[in-house]
Write a new protein. Structure first.
Length: 223
């Protein structure tokens, strides 16, 4: 009987730790937002204005690389050319971008890598790795930006990154329906959304918390 009560307590404790792990990974897990910060830091270092973080652009950036997910080569180049029409016919509807608010896209950078990279490495080695992409980043026309990250396959495969820039003055473009929530995405990760990255960014803290829980439980003779 005593043993059974302890067991019950441990299940409560484990559940609580898991909850903490899930919540904390949600709060820290959006690497697409980190990339937007890096883009803005790089711009302000050249006295260029900061760009607004647009979830509508971010989600469409993610849709773009979703279409290109199997087109990352062994040497980390993306050989993929979605049609222009896909933006209004596929990407925007999949995100819940309200079509009348579809603005002007002023730049696009796409890259991939066989391994997961943290935001500073992804910025330097994948997104902004040459003069061409650096000049896109530093274009004066942009006003807003969105970043998307996705994994080619659910549990493995290369990662893809995409930054989409818009040149619209006001904040009323690429508006997501349902009061800015848009359509929930089942995978990947994009900037400007309050939510976490699922398969786009690694949920490191969650895995470590789980290992920690198992360690605690086994060291107390639970198993
Ligand atoms: C991806 O690569 C395949 C094979 O090389 C090609 O047929 C396809 O058109 C590419 N996808 C896009 C969207 O460009
Ligand atoms: C900046 O972007 C705009 C829109 O894409 C383009 O027309 C223009 O040539 C770019 N300017 C530079 C300096 O690259
Ligand atoms: C901006 O990005 C470029 C390309 O990755 C890099 O060479 C440069 O050092 C960066 N500048 C700053 C201030 O971070
Ligand atoms: C890139 O730009 C820098 C500075 O403008 C220049 O020194 C360098 O030669 C350029 N590199 C290439 C490969 O064009
Ligand atoms: C656009 O929204 C951002 C925050 O989302 C805000 O900081 C910025 O001032 C807004 N710009 C305009 C022109 O309303």
């Amino acid at each position: 009987m005593v043993k059974r009560i302890y067991c019950f307590e441990w299940i409560i404790a484990l559940g609580f730790l898991l909850l903490v792990a899930v919540v904390s990974s949600k709060n820290h897990g959006n690497q697409a937002n980190d990339l937007v910060d890096l883009i803005n830091k790089n711009r302000t270092s050249k006295r260029l204005p900061q760009l607004n973080n647009s979830p509508g652009l971010g989600c469409m950036a993610m849709q773009y690389i979703k279409e290109c997910r199997f087109n990352c080569s062994q040497v980390n180049t993306v050989n993929c050319k979605p049609s222009e029409d896909d933006f209004t016919e596929i990407f925007a509807p999949n995100c819940g971008v309200e079509l009348p608010t579809f603005g002007t896209i002023s730049g696009l950078i796409v890259g991939c890598h066989q391994k997961h990279l943290d935001p500073p490495e992804a910025f330097q080695n994948v997104l902004v790795h040459n003069n061409g992409t650096l000049s896109i980043l530093r274009n004066r026309t942009h006003r807003e930006v969105g970043v998307g990250i996705i994994r080619a396959k659910r549990h493995k495969g290369p990662y893809l990154w995409c930054a989409l820039f818009g040149s619209n003055e006001r904040n009323s473009t690429f508006v997501l329906e349902d009061l800015g929530k848009g359509i929930e995405q089942k995978e990947g990760c994009y900037s400007g959304s309050g939510s976490s990255c699922s398969s786009g960014g690694r949920n490191g803290s969650f895995v470590w918390m789980l290992i920690f829980c198992i360690f605690v439980l086994s060291s107390t003779g639970f198993f």
